[in-house]
Design a protein around this ligand. Structure first.
Ligand SMILES: N[C@@H](CCC(=O)N[C@@H](CS)C(=O)NCC(=O)O)C(=O)O
Length: 301
């Protein structure tokens, strides 16, 4: 398995009813995605529904705020599901609900307010429809985007593509220092993920490599002071990192008993503020579900 495959393990999407486990991560803004129901209704809690005035103020610096309607998510398509009417002019974002790469494209679509323009199609990776590889995306991975009679993939490319080819607030600032930082941080995402992953796999303490990677993000968060995000204001760089940070926070807390935000005030604030952004929280799964799935995958009890 590739080193990050544990983050993407295909599995049933029916989280068990919140058993008690002490996780130092907020659970209130997460969704449950029952696969078997024809239209899975998500629960948006007061915390998830609230966009803080501060976050709105930051978002409005570049563009008016987008108010996100509560969205019904479709059930995941399986090997027995018919394909959608492909290439009929509908723009479709193919995701797996548990996939952090797909989550990047999904957050982008939400941030731009494209809920009506880009339809979410969920694929059950554990029981993948054959037509997905044959007719949609030969790479057979998620995410992919069907748009203008073409299908494109690769999450970071899709974040850029959706940002540049659709309406909605720009997700990268114009400022040249920020653009430069964006490039550096985007180039660093895979290395960050690998550094964080390494300690999850090892039996020992959290490694120096992991600590250095976390400290690097803590320092990056201190660079621009016009907001708590990686470029100050919320941007596509945050979209690239958050799905992974979300998982690492859960896994480090639940598996290594290590709080990735401890002694890192910028990081703490970062996650707190991100959890006020509806475009992001609407894409989150239950921490307990993600933890159980990963523990099972890693053979940890
Ligand atoms: N580099 C790709 C990675 C996408 C990826 O690995 N997605 C996983 C799900 S999280 C997948 O589709 N796995 C299915 C497979 O590899 O067969 C991206 O950034 O989009």
């Amino acid at each position: 398995m590739n080193s990050l495959a544990f983050l993407c393990r295909p599995s049933p999407l029916t989280p068990s009813a919140s058993p008690s486990i002490s996780l130092s991560v907020p659970q209130s803004s997460c969704i449950k995605l029952p696969r078997s129901r024809p239209a899975a209704h998500r629960h948006r809690t007061a915390a998830a529904a609230r966009i803080s005035s501060r976050t709105v103020a930051m978002a409005t610096a570049a563009a008016p705020p987008v108010i996100f309607p509560k969205e019904n998510l479709p059930p995941s398509l399986t090997s027995t599901s018919e394909p959608p009417p492909l290439f009929d002019g509908t723009t479709r974002l193919y995701v797996a609900y548990h996939c952090p790469y797909a989550q990047r494209a999904w957050i982008t679509r939400n941030c731009k307010g494209l809920q009506d323009k880009i339809k979410i199609v969920a694929i059950d990776l554990a029981d993948r429809p054959v037509w997905y590889k044959e007719k949609v995306y030969p790479e057979n991975k998620v995410p992919s985007l069907e748009h203008d009679n073409q299908v494109k993939g690769e999450s970071l490319d899709l974040v850029k593509y959706i940002d540049s080819n659709f309406e909605g607030p720009a997700l990268l600032p114009e400022d040249s220092a920020k653009k430069q930082s964006a490039e550096e941080l985007l180039a660093y995402t895979d290395e960050f993920n690998k550094a964080l992953y390494s300690s999850i796999l090892s039996k020992g303490d959290v490694s120096e490599e992991t600590v250095a990677a976390l400290d690097k993000i803590e320092a990056a968060l201190g660079k621009f002071t016009d907001g708590p995000f990686l470029l100050g204001q919320f941007s596509s760089v945050d979209i690239a990192y958050l799905p992974f940070i979300e998982r690492f926070q859960i896994f480090y807390s639940g598996i290594k008993n290590y709080d990735i935000t401890k002694g890192r005030p910028n990081f703490q604030k970062y996650i707190e503020e991100a959890n006020k952004i509806d475009a992001y929280t609407q894409t989150k799964l239950e921490p307990q579900f993600l933890l159980d799935q990963t523990k099972k995958r890693l053979g940890i009890e």
